[in-house]
Design a protein around this ligand. Structure first.
Ligand code: MSP
Length: 540
């Protein structure tokens, strides 16, 4: 099949079903959504995937605990919590995968068969440490190093029968069972070579260094099956075993683009979509995405994703210890997105987390900062510019926008400010440096607010000889608003569409953003609408 636009395939992690989404999980999804919207605006054929991770022992246990007949029924009951929140948050995913869907089960089985056929898995016996809450295996060395670090930091030694999990500090269990193993140990050098040949594979840089030193420390073969419960994808060649939930989960990225399906359409989809352009993940699951997943793909003879973008955690202060802790449902410190939406509204919620919360590092949540950013950037700058300008346009031009002047408003500080804004913004967006991208837009908005003060259109309006100048000033301002509405669109889709509607423009965002940011796009001479304030000021 012919594809007229290049593919941009972007994914979020698939979320565990046992907990409803919270601010932290939503953060990851919004981050990916902003990129998906930006890439669509740049003319890419985007596939944006999110979904639910439904297998594993914990899910089966939760189903029973919650009185459901089957784990499937439990998962089904959790689906609306995710779908509804993503809809509320204006998440523009093109697909929603669930690991219990037949397309995924077929895909996992095909993948396991490929690993067997290519000689990368074998049957053995697993004897080691397991973190039940995180469903993660740890080697003796990892566990020992973690214990040494803890003791060195002045913490009391753990019970040797239950040392603590290197990821979440909860007690580990010793488990012994027959298992299928993946020959991860064979991929140490190929992975190191790959990281070197693809310096942008893991971003940001600090995470890359972390992964490289982990891999240099040596890789052990990985247990990839479980036989003590059956809530998982059965091995096609050994039905006593189900796939280890992490291997099952990672394969979702292939399942959604046709890997497990037969026929031309599936083959076309796979060829067009794979490899993915970017997997967006949190720092806790970096080893799975940057070590295990690439090794599995190499073993299956498939190309590797272009990039894994790793973000930090939203943290909350633990009142007892005074330490910043990852926000999570199991720690009981999660904030529901609805609480923030009630305060800010959806678009400002997205704007705050995307523009003010640095994506590479951990970031504490602060209600005070939310209000501050909202009032400064949105109420006082962006919202104010739109309402003042539309108000003046209506008042001075009979409810309309002025017609585009022949000289496109002439030379002006606002036109200068917009010069090259697309390039500066796009470079930051590509790097997922949304803080910088948003500040580029705010810079043109602020330039326009200053321009209002400097040109004082209300004074020009009093002098009939200044009618031409007044038209230029108002047109210039509306032109900045038009451009800013396109650049803000990935962050604030609803409000940006509303701004374009008030300007009598197509509410749909441009699919050629570079062109849309060229000075001179606004034809004018159309009825405009002032409307309600976009961001009513929050009082403290
Ligand atoms: N099911 C696995 C992912 C499998 S992907 C093949 C999983 N699920 S999760 O629900 O626990 O987490 C999903 C994502 O949410 C992770 O990227 C994680 O980092 C992110 N977050 C969970 N809590 C978070 C914060 N407090 N802050 C930011 N992101 C957080 O892991």
């Amino acid at each position: 099949m012919e594809h007229s636009k290049p593919s941009y395939y972007i994914t979020t992690p698939i979320y565990y079903v046992n907990a409803k989404p919270h601010l932290g999980t939503a953060y990851c999804t919004v981050l990916a959504d902003v990129q998906a919207r930006f890439q669509r605006a740049c003319g890419k054929d985007v596939k944006f995937l999110t979904g639910m991770d439904e297998h594993g022992e914990k899910v089966a246990e939760a189903a029973e605990k919650n009185g459901f007949d089957s784990p499937q029924a439990w998962c089904d009951s959790m689906e609306p919590a995710f779908r509804d929140l993503w809809e509320t948050l204006e998440i523009s995913n093109d697909d929603f995968i669930r690991t219990t869907q037949p397309r995924h089960i077929a895909s996992v089985q095909k993948f396991l068969q490929a690993l067997l056929d290519r000689g990368y898995i074998y049957k053995g016996s697993y004897d080691g440490w397991y973190c039940r809450p995180e469903e993660t295996y740890f080697t003796e060395t990892q566990v020992r190093h973690h214990e040494e670090d803890r003791v060195a930091a002045g913490e009391s030694p753990a019970d040797p029968a239950h040392p603590l999990c290197p990821d979440c500090d909860r007690p580990l269990e010793r488990i012994e069972e027959e298992s299928w193993f993946f020959k991860l140990s064979e991929f140490q050098q190929p992975l190191l070579d790959f990281y070197e040949a693809h310096p942008d594979f893991i971003q940001p840089e600090t995470r890359k260094n972390e992964v490289i030193s982990f891999v240099k420390g040596g890789l052990k073969d990985l247990s990839i099956s479980r036989s003590t419960f059956d809530w998982g994808v059965p091995f096609p060649f050994d039905d006593k075993h189900v796939a280890y939930v992490w291997v099952d989960a990672l394969i979702n990225y292939l399942s959604a683009v046709g890997y497990g399906a037969e026929g031309d359409e599936a083959a076309d989809s796979l060829a067009f979509r794979w490899p993915a352009q970017v997997h967006v993940v949190g720092k806790d699951i970096i080893r799975f995405h940057c070590v295990i997943w690439p090794a599995l793909l190499m073993a299956a003879g498939l190309p590797l994703p272009e990039r894994v973008f790793v973000h930090g955690f939203l943290t909350v202060r633990n009142e007892e210890t005074g330490k910043a802790e990852k926000m999570s449902k199991s720690r009981g410190n999660a904030i529901a997105p609805e609480e923030v939406i009630d305060l800010l509204g959806v678009d400002a919620y997205r704007y705050y987390f995307m523009s003010d919360v640095a994506h590479g590092t951990d970031a504490p949540i602060s209600w005070g900062r939310m209000r501050q950013v909202y009032n400064a950037d949105l109420a006082n700058s962006w919202g104010n510019l739109v309402s003042r300008t539309l108000n003046m346009s209506m008042k001075y031009f009979d409810g309309c926008s002025p017609v585009r002047p022949a000289d496109l408003g002439g030379a002006s500080p606002v036109r200068d400010a917009c010069e090259g804004v697309f390039d500066r913004y796009a470079q930051a967006m590509e790097a997922m440096d949304y803080g910088t991208a948003a500040s580029e837009v705010l810079a043109i908005v602020s330039a326009a607010n200053h321009y209002i003060e400097d040109t004082a259109p209300w004074a020009l309006a009093k002098d009939p000889e200044k009618a031409g100048e007044l038209a230029s000033v108002i047109w210039n301002l509306l032109e900045v608003i038009r451009i800013a509405s396109e650049l803000y669109d990935p962050f604030m889709p609803k409000i940006s569409a509303e701004v374009r509607r008030r300007l009598a423009l197509d509410p749909e965002p441009s699919r050629d953003l570079r062109n849309a940011c060229e000075w001179g796009g606004l034809v004018g001479g159309q009825p405009v609408e002032k409307g309600e304030p976009l961001f009513p000021r929050l009082v403290d």
